[in-house]
Write a protein that binds this ligand. Structure first.
Ligand code: NAD
Length: 337
């Protein structure tokens, strides 16, 4: 019994080290917009904790950040509770894992519902924001925050050039909630960092952090000077009842005035893989950063039937590109040999 207690203590101690590190890095990334680690290094820490938790489910610490979305938002902004949680996404990196994801979806569907149609989108590398429109009028923008509560960034969002402030086609919709990604295009990011260097100001690590930092500027005039863009990817309230699929929802939202990224409906895993590969080839030429694709069950009814896990939907996953920095490091190791 003594040995078991000792080894439990050792495992808990290992978990505590990882939990503390993840908490520090979550705060640096989500709250301060100033990450210390490369994403791949952070993902490695996270994976280490997941592996220990899976091996010792009884020892999982109550404050484990594994099922947490983002981090608790900055208190400088008014906090707003989301009508429905804004979650993260699970992720897969390989075709076999994509097949496993599809298998898990099938496992929860009836015989008649097997192998549903999927819809694919770019995985935009920015930050998630919820926008509200009352009878066509833009009224509020809130960041994802910790998934339950975000920051009211309405004033800053108003300065985003392609974010519609008025939707003539939505005057009959009491409340429309559109969710999507705010990002900074590559060219604007480079210009911003050049300017910062010239003025001896701090530069941003990447366009995602630059977008997050800009949107959460306390001075809307500074936010207005930052080149941000909004890409819509879901309608969470107010969708016309005649629309039954994710692809039709995005076509509608584009029609009424939003910018939407490249969308494709796929009927089988091979077609999903082909979309992923073609996006991967176009990645460098895109005007903004992406870190993969997202695959979603196309039927909104099936999405509802599949539901959510604590941190992510069951009906969607990110199909991510391999981390660029890891490849660079591997290459540099090869050069040393
Ligand atoms: P995520 O990027 O893994 O996935 C979820 C997000 O994808 C959603 O919230 C949404 O904003 C976004 N998204 C983009 N395109 C979308 C689309 N078409 N449809 C739906 N959603 C779309 O998000 P996460 O949970 O914020 O964070 C995990 C990532 O953050 C990992 O890559 C991790 O490495 C990184 N991170 C890094 C550090 C660090 O220290 N470097 C710290 C924390 C997190």
């Amino acid at each position: 019994a003594v040995t078991a207690a000792t080894s439990d203590d050792t495992i808990i101690a290992q978990m505590r080290v990882l939990i503390d590190a993840l908490k520090t890095h979550n705060n640096a990334y989500y709250v301060l917009d100033n990450p210390v680690l490369e994403d791949s290094e952070y993902d490695q820490l996270r994976l280490s904790l997941i592996e220990i938790e899976e091996a010792y489910p009884d020892l999982v610490q109550p404050d484990s950040p594994i099922n947490q979305v983002g981090d608790v938002p900055l208190s400088a902004f008014t906090q707003v509770t989301h009508d429905t949680p804004m979650l993260s996404l699970g992720n897969v990196f390989e075709y076999d894992d994509l097949r496993d994801f599809m298998r898990r979806v099938n496992d929860r569907l009836s015989v008649a519902q097997q192998n549903p149609e999927y819809e694919m989108e770019l995985k935009l590398d920015g930050l998630a924001v919820s926008l509200k429109y009352e009878r066509g009028q833009f009224v509020q923008a809130v960041t994802r925050g910790d998934g339950q509560t975000g920051e009211d960034i309405t004033q800053n969002a108003k300065t985003i050039r392609n974010l519609p402030l008025w939707l003539a086609d939505a005057v009959n919709i009491e409340l429309l909630e559109v969710r999507g990604e705010v990002l900074m295009p590559k060219a604007g990011f480079e210009r911003l960092n050049r300017l910062a260097e010239e003025n001896d100001n701090k530069t941003f690590a990447n366009p995602r952090n630059a977008a997050a930092g800009s949107l959460r500027q306390l001075d809307p005039a500074v936010a207005a000077s930052r080149p941000l863009a909004f890409y819509a990817y879901s309608i969470n309230q107010g969708l016309p009842t005649t629309i039954h699929t994710q692809s039709a929802a995005l076509a509608w939202i584009k029609d009424i005035g939003f910018t939407v990224s490249a969308v494709e409906v796929v009927q089988n895993p091979r077609a999903a893989q082909a979309y992923y590969e073609s996006v991967s080839e176009q990645r460098a030429a895109l005007p903004f950063e992406i870190d993969g694709t997202v695959i979603k069950v196309n039927s909104l009814a099936l999405q509802q039937q599949l539901g959510f896990l604590s941190r992510e939907p069951r009906w969607a996953t990110a199909y991510k590109f391999p981390a660029e920095t890891v490849m660079t490091r591997l290459q540099s190791i090869e050069w040393q040999v």
